[in-house]
Design a protein around this ligand. Sequence first.
Ligand code: ADP
Ligand code: UDP
Length: 236
Amino acid sequence: MEKTTQLYEGKAKKVFATDDPNLCIVSYKDDATAFNGLKKGTILGKGAINNRVTNHLMRLLEKNGIPTHYVEELSDRETLVRKVSIVPLEVIVRNIAAGSLAKRLGLPEGVKMKRTVLEYCYKDDDLGDPMVNEYHILAMEWAAKEELDLIASYSFKINQILSDYLREASIELIDFKLEFGKTPDGTIVLADEISPDTCRFWDASTHEKLDKDRFRRDLGGVEDAYQEILRRLLGE
Ligand code: ADP
Ligand code: UDP
């Protein structure tokens, strides 16, 4: 399958059309941004790592009954996926307080939540991806009730599958962001990526951060952290 025209260039990926109108190719970049694009940089090798880690986890989820956009890994940085119309929400799943939740609720980072917390943000860079609730989503018709219920139940199931799997690699899944899309026949599938850019991964014993927080917070060792995730998950 060959790329034809570029459909979109985002902060971390480019999306290309193919000869098949139902398929597109995503190409992962080394570019990194944080704080809604305010901080910019490059993480050497990130594109290839995020591509491979995402595909590995998407295959795991498919095997466990979650429909995803994944079709085939084409190269180090490029993957063939089903073209979907993205539900304009970032679905955030949280097991342990960190980042904006810790700040908003005045919790120290690392406190285990008594129940898994689900949040939605409206995907709009100009508005800074504001947090919204189910009423906003239904009122704005970003998703129908049945679609949102399905998205929520997939998100909890994904959390269970990923947390169990990552624990075996001594990685604690703190929180993560998901995006879902709709295929032309209306099926809801998991889309976008699952990588150290979009998840908080902590080493299970030392609590060392192995994710994009190293870039956001200038902690150093950014490339090594991404490489370590690749090594633990794919053994290289
Ligand atoms: P951003 O748009 O936030 O800068 P990226 O650089 O990751 O993010 O760009 C990738 C874009 O592709 C995102 O807007 C994402 O919603 C979209 N996308 C992800 N998977 C698919 C898919 N299967 N079909 C169509 N669009 C997709
Ligand atoms: N996240 C993401 N993209 C976003 C916002 C958040 O992938 O635009 C992920 C982030 O990596 C973390 C989780 O969602 O794993 C929760 O992020 P949080 O709300 O704490 O925001 P942040 O601290 O990243 O600003």
